[in-house]
Design a protein around this ligand. Structure first.
Ligand code: FES
Length: 575
């Protein structure tokens, strides 16, 4: 490729002091710019951090990517990004997803970079990196870090997250003593990498591959393996070729590729959080993806992947069963096969897919019929809500019961086990004030614990309704992402203890059975929460974040039309 076609040439070509300074800056870090060789500069962004065990393996993978870039004739430049650590970052890493997306976009835009390799892992760094890459629209490839090895507890292999929640419910029921609880802690300290169930991290890694932004078959490779290092090296080399081919996100990401990704999400029995992230990613790409599209596209896609929490196996088992290519082959008849990816079109991936192993069920014998999600609307969620049906109890799909209401996380933790005259197995637990504005950042508080008195009676699922999200490793009959959220005056704010709530998952409704006059009276007495005077990111976030059905992006970052995708190139002069 002639150097004048390389974006980075604008920094390095010429004999004036500006170009000289730019070349000196690169040479000083060992990235020699050879003006005659037309070598593209590949930015290698990574979020490795000691604060984030899921992302720490990305550190060693950057070296493999660097080798791959060099082998293909590119110039690698490694730079760190904000690390969104799901475990330790409060109130939720989701509060910072859009901040990382801005960081990635602006780093790619403002530096002399021709193409990018984005190393990300865990729930938010993957969608954030993809959102940033879409908005920057440079040829980009995503390398995920892989899942950690399974833990062993009491002689049994357990998955990250899902089994912890199950054992926690048992402990609340008095079935797990202190010794076993301590053993659980030791067993869960089992290495680095993402959660190894079909949580949000694995879901987003696989969905990103389905969208076409990762090399085929790589999203399920376990962390810390030679196979993952080889995949990272290959991605580095491929990034150099992507620049020559100018295979940008705007070329790869179409309405059809997003429809493919949504269908894959259903086949996976994937995380409910992917509904929000895919919507936000589509918005950045100028593709309109609505809540109802998730229900529509899932109607003819059964859940095929038998991985926790929808099923029983773990992500390494899915990899051994053929990974995403084998899943794509199974649902090929439902996909747009002409959609392009960084590793060829979907048709070619399907053609060379391995035979599916036992964790991937055939269409004729699915794990669950007809889709992993239901979209509900009604007087309690006029703009919509989501139920992950693949992890819910069919016996609760049609349910009516009195509300037991909690205002925020602290109130819920304080009162969940207190006596309440409305509390029984039939109750509908309501948690509000936890949406994008209220949380802020829509934390994963939606899997409200079963009250201890009921847990001790053997109750393990109840209907819950919330404007929060829940972890992708969670399960239960939880009506999530209720919109509008309570903090902006959604009907959830008006519910009182004892109000009857009716949920009909198959009918797609969630209703507050209180007459309209009474609701009007309550609405007149409602006032928005009073926040302390905020500064910085949180102030901006609260002001500009969109509701869950729109993807929780910041309103000024969405790209509703292709025209908004134009990247504003910087003026390259003295800084
Ligand atoms: Fe990071 Fe699950 S907490 S992947």
């Amino acid at each position: 490729m002639p150097s004048e076609h390389l974006r980075s040439a604008r920094w390095f070509e010429g004999d004036d002091e500006v170009a000289l300074l730019h070349r000196v800056a690169m040479t000083s870090v060992g990235a020699e710019v050879d003006r005659a060789a037309d070598r593209p500069v590949i930015g290698i962004a990574h979020s490795a951090s000691d604060l984030n065990p899921c992302n720490l393996p990305l550190g060693e993978l950057t070296e493999a990517v660097r080798e791959g870039v060099l082998a293909a004739g590119g110039i690698p430049v490694v730079f760190p990004t904000l690390s969104l650590g799901e475990d330790l970052m409060k109130p939720s890493a989701m509060l910072y997803r859009n901040l990382l997306a801005i960081e990635v976009e602006e780093a790619l835009r403002s530096y002399p970079i021709d193409g990018a390799v984005l190393l990300a892992n865990c729930d938010k760094t993957v969608p954030a990196s993809v959102m940033g890459a879409i908005s920057a629209d440079l040829p980009s490839i995503v390398v995920t870090g892989g899942t950690r090895q399974p833990a062993v507890f009491q002689g049994r292999r357990i998955g990250t997250g899902t089994d912890l929640w199950r054992i926690t419910e048992d402990r609340r029921a008095g079935l797990v003593d202190d010794e076993a609880w301590a053993e659980l802690e030791r067993s869960l300290t089992c290495g680095l990498g993402a959660c190894n169930t079909m949580g949000t991290a694995a879901t987003m890694a696989i969905v990103t591959e389905a969208l076409g932004l990762s090399l085929p078959g790589t999203s399920t490779i376990p962390a810390g393996t030679p196979e993952r290092r080889a995949a990272a090296r290959e991605a580095g080399s491929r990034a150099v070729e992507l620049v020559a081919e100018q295979l940008r996100p705007s070329v790869l990401l179409t309405a059809e590729s997003f429809a493919n990704a949504v269908r894959v999400l259903h086949a996976l029995g994937g995380s409910s959080n992917a509904v929000i992230h895919l919507t936000a990613m589509a918005g950045r790409a100028g593709v309109h993806l609505e809540l109802d599209d998730f229900a529509r596209l899932g109607k003819d896609v059964p859940v095929l992947v038998d991985v926790e929490p929808s099923g029983t196996a773990l992500i390494p088992d899915l990899h051994d069963s053929g990974g995403l290519p084998a899943v794509l082959a199974e649902i090929a008849g439902l996909l747009d096969l002409s959609s392009k990816t960084v590793g060829g079109d979907i048709a070619s991936i399907v053609a060379s897919a391995p035979a599916a192993g036992p964790v991937i069920r055939p269409m004729a014998e699915p794990l669950k019929e007809a889709g992993a999600f239901a979209v509900l609307r009604g007087s309690l969620a006029p703009d919509g809500a989501v139920v992950r049906t693949s992890t819910a109890s069919p016996g609760l799909f049609l349910h009516e019961g009195p509300a037991v209401v909690f205002d925020g996380y602290d109130d819920m933790r304080r009162r969940i086990d207190e006596p309440n005259p409305h509390l029984s197995e039939q109750s509908v637990l309501v948690l509000r004030g936890c949406g994008p504005v209220g949380g802020p950042g829509m934390p994963e508080w939606g899997m409200i614990p079963i009250p201890a008195v009921l847990a001790k009676q053997g109750v393990r699922d109840m209907v819950r309704v919330t404007d929060a999200r829940m972890s992708g490793t969670s399960y239960g009959t939880v009506v999530l992402h209720v919109a509008p959220e309570a903090a902006v005056g959604g009907p959830l704010a008006l519910v009182l203890d004892g109000d009857p709530i009716r949920v009909d998952v198959e009918g797609g409704t969630v209703e507050l059975l209180v007459d309209e006059d009474e609701l009007t009276r309550r609405r007149a007495g409602w006032s928005p929460p009073r926040w302390p005077e905020l500064r910085g990111w949180v102030a901006l976030y609260r002001k500009c974040v969109t509701q869950a059905p729109a993807g929780c992006d910041l309103d000024f970052l969405e790209a509703p039309t292709p025209a908004h995708r134009v990247v504003v190139e910087p003026v390259v002069g003295r800084s």
